[in-house]
Each structure stands twice: as structure tokens, then as C-alpha cells.
Ligand binder design. Structure first.
Ligand SMILES: [Zn+2]
Length: 452
């Protein structure tokens, strides 16, 4: 499906610019005591063994090579382990501005048209202030560095909890996946701006409670903008001096099920933390779900154009595999009609790689939320990897809008009260109220728009 010429020139570029097996110091990236490099390993080597022995963060498999982010201190040991690789760090410059594609307009700041934390906060406050009858801004929790984690509730009586299905659209679990913040934000904005003029939007907003949580990991996003574009985790200072817990391995369902789907190693890109929900960012999402019985959800990530559903911890179908599969296929069909881009669908464990402690397994496992992970474009690093251009934002939002509206409509149509998982029902029977209720959300009152 991909352009063979592009692939060929990519390989040529690699072979001209690097000398296999002889890593030389290039631009490297410091994150506290950690210094990272990007290496490319020929796929003919035993990648699985390599990954089991070193904390490697895969960012691409392409052109017969697999690209990893790795701490510089491991490079020598990887060579001694018998693997040859090329050093590619120079291709991954450090700041946001350099990563925006040439020729696109920089609208201000290193992050261009992508929202920083403060820009996002201002936008959400402005939307809540402009549409007081339809939107209300909540803060279900704060990050480690004390930034707000925002949840914009969109409904016809946003200040009340009505007997309507809840739907959550989340983004920004992973710091470097900037476009995943934009898509839920733009969907929320679309609903508000088109409520008056579009009957379909009006029906949806009147019949559901839609929660827009565009940025689960604000500390990580800021770090990605200001320091290191490829940063993924939050900014927890771990006991060994490394930074970051992978928030999408920190949820409480089948947490630490095995060491393939998450890592006990603090410096790993998929480090799961010291315990389930050890991080305030995942706790914020838990608060939201415990307070508002959410029936379906999409967690946006990038990249690779996939629609994934539980289970991720084990390659087994869930009780509702058929429903998940048909919804995913319908959504992929709607997406492809917009810009022609194909999103593959499947069970998370079968489609991508095993994950444990991720959002979708937890939301479905605990709450029976029909939870999907949508991996946004591009399909691979040749098309930009984590680094979508500014002009991609609107295209990616447009192609994802019909699928999100469809999921909301299907959720409304099938709503007949609360879905409770067997697990949650057991906890309720045991009288474990803390599983179900937590402290109420802090709501933001007042109408002042502006800096956050
Ligand atoms: Zn992600």
C-alpha cells in the first residue's frame, strides 16, 4: 500500500548518512540523568530477545529496520550483546518547532498550531464561557506538577447529572502524541459550535453527557514541547533517578499482569509505576469514571491508524468481542469515507502488542465501558510518525468526527441504564463503596475566559 519509491529513498538516505555498527556521538537528548539516542536495528536480527534484555522504546518498524529510543548508557552493552545498529538521533531534533514540517505556518511558540497546556486551558475556559447552557469545565484531578486535568462536559443541562449515557473522549496520555490532544478538543468544539444549526448535533447533545478530556498528561506535553519532542511518559522522578511512568500502563485492571505488556523497569518507556493508579493523572481519570458511569469511550493516541479494543493484556476475546468488532469496523468505514485513509481494527493484544494496565482494559474491565483506542495517522514514520504537520490537524479531526458521532449515537440508542461489570458488581455487593464513589469533581465556575 505504501509508496515503494519513498521507501527506497528512505533506505538510501539511511545508508548514506550512517555507518552500520559504529555509533558516533550525535545530537542526544537529556532528560534528567537520562540521555537518549535513537537507533535503527536491522529487522533480521532477533528483535524480541533484544527487547527482553534492554529497555527499548520502539518508535517505528519500517524499511527492514526497527527504530528504538534508548538510553545512551545501554548502547555499548547492546553492541556487546551482538547487535549492530545505526545511530539516528540527529534525525530527531529536539524541539517542537523543528519538527513541524517545512512550509507549514508557525502560529506562535515551539508548538505551532498544537495546543500547549496553557493554550488548551484558555480554549476550554473560553468554550465553557461561550456556551454556558451546553458546557461546563471540571477538574477531576491534577498532575504531579500541579497542572489541572480538564474535563469539559457537554450536555443540554451540563450542571446536572441526568439519566443519560456518558461518553468520554480522551487524548494526550502520551506526551509526544500531540495530535491526540487536538482531535477530542476539536470534536467538543464542533458539538458546541453546531448545536444550533445541526439537528444531528442537537439530538446528540440533548441525549448524552459527553466528556472531553483532551490532555491526561499535561506535564509530559510541556516537557515534549520545551525539552524533548519524543517524550512519552509523565514526569515522575523514579527511585533510580530516571523519569516518568507510562500512564497507559498505570490503570488498575490486570496491572502488572506480565512484563511483556508493561515494564517493572523505571527507565523503560512502558514503565507501569510502583502500583496500580500510583500516578495522579490516572487517578483523575478514575475519579471521572467513578463519578459518572461512562458507557463508551475513545482514547486517542498516535500513530499507526488503528482502532483497538479489549483485551490488551491477554490475546483472548472479551465477552463482547462481536459488538466491539462491529463498532470498530463501522467506525473505520466512516473514517475511510472522509479522506480515504484506512484504519485497521482489532483486539489490542492481537493487533499491536500486549499491553497491561492500559485505559481500555480498565474501563471495560471495571465499568463495562465500551472503550476503544484510536491510533491516529500517520500509518508509519515515513509519513511523519509522531510528528504530524500543522496542516494535518484539521484533516485528522474531520476524518474522525463521523466515527465519534456514530459511537455516541449507538451508545444513546442502546442505553438502558447503567452497565456494571461483574467485577464492580462484586465490589458493590461486598459494600466496597470506595470502588464506586470518590470525591466530587471540582467545577470551574465563572465566565472569565483567558489565561489559565
Ligand atoms: Zn500513545
Amino acid at each position: 500500500m505504501r509508496n515503494k519509491l519513498a521507501r527506497l529513498s528512505f533506505i538510501l538516505l539511511l545508508s548514506l548518512s550512517t555507518v552500520p555498527g559504529t555509533p558516533t556521538p550525535a545530537i542526544s537528548v537529556e532528560a534528567g540523568p537520562q540521555i537518549f539516542e535513537v537507533i535503527a536495528v536491522e529487522a533480521g536480527q532477533d528483535i524480541r530477545t533484544l527487547r527482553l534484555n534492554f529497555p527499548l522504546d520502539p518508535v517505528l518498524a519500517e524499511g527492514g529496520k526497527v527504530y528504538f529510543l534508548v538510553e545512551r548508557k545501554h548502547l555499548k552493552a547492546i553492541q556487546e550483546f551482538g547487535y549492530s545498529f545505526t545511530l539516528e538521533t540527529a534525525r530527531f531534533e529536539q524541539t517542537g518547532k523543528k519538527f513541524l514540517r517545512p512550509g507549514t505556518k508557525i502560529q506562535g511558540g515551539l508548538n505551532g498550531a498544537y495546543h500547549s497546556y496553557l493554550e488548551l486551558a484558555a480554549q476550554l475556559k473560553s468554550l465553557a464561557a461561550s456556551y454556558p447552557g451546553l458546557a461546563r469545565l471540571y477538574i477531576p484531578g491534577k498532575s504531579l506538577e500541579n497542572r489541572n486535568i480538564y474535563a469539559l462536559k457537554i450536555s443540554d443541562r451540563p450542571g446536572q447529572s441526568e439519566d443519560e449515557p456518558g461518553i468520554a473522549l480522551l487524548g494526550g496520555h502520551h506526551a509526544r502524541e500531540w495530535v491526540s490532544v487536538e482531535v477530542p478538543l476539536l470534536i467538543g468544539r464542533y458539538l458546541l459550535e453546531n448545536y444550533e444549526r445541526e439537528a444531528r448535533v442537537r439530538d446528540i447533545v440533548n441525549s448524552a453527557e459527553i466528556w472531553i478530556v483532551p490532555l491526561v498528561n499535561p506535564d509530559g506535553l510541556e516537557y515534549s514541547i520545551l525539552n524533548y519532542r519524543l517524550w512519552r511518559k509523565n514526569r515522575r522522578l523514579n527511585g533510580d533517578g530516571s523519569y516518568g511512568v507510562d500512564l497507559n500502563r498505570n490503570y488498575a485492571y490486570q496491572w502488572a499482569y506480565d512484563d511483556l505488556g508493561s515494564s517493572p523497569e523505571p527507565s523503560s518507556a512502558v514503565y507501569r509505576g510502583t502500583g496500580p493508579v500510583s500516578e495522579p493523572e490516572t487517578e483523575a481519570v478514575r475519579n471521572l469514571f467513578q463519578n459518572h458511569r461512562i458507557q463508551s469511550a475513545i482514547s486517542y493516541h498516535s500513530f499507526s491508524q488503528l482502532i483497538l479494543y479489549p483485551w490488551g493484556y491477554l490475546d483472548q476475546p472479551s465477552e463482547e468481542e462481536a459488538l466491539f468488532q462491529s463498532l470498530a469496523e463501522d467506525m473505520a468505514g466512516l473514517i475511510s469515507q472522509v479522506n480515504g485513509r484506512v484504519y485497521q481494527t482489532g483486539r489490542a493484544s492481537a493487533s499491536l502488542y500486549l499491553t497491561n494496565g492500559d485505559f481500555t482494559d480498565w474501563a471495560y474491565g471495571f465499568f463495562r465501558t465500551l472503550a476503544f483506542t484510536v491510533e491516529l495517522p500517520p500509518v508509519d514514520l515515513l509519513q511523519g510518525g509522531f510528528l504530524n504537520s500543522e496542516s494535518d490537524i484539521d484533516l485528522i479531526f474531520r476524518e474522525n468526527l463521523p466515527a465519534a458521532l456514530y459511537l455516541v449515537e449507538r451508545t444513546i440508542a442502546s442505553y438502558n441504564g447503567t452497565r456494571l461489570s461483574p467485577l464492580l458488581r462484586r465490589e458493590l455487593e461486598k459494600g466496597n463503596e470506595s470502588m464506586v464513589k470518590s470525591r466530587p469533581d471540582a467545577a470551574i465556575r465563572g465566565r472569565r475566559a483567558g489565561s489559565g
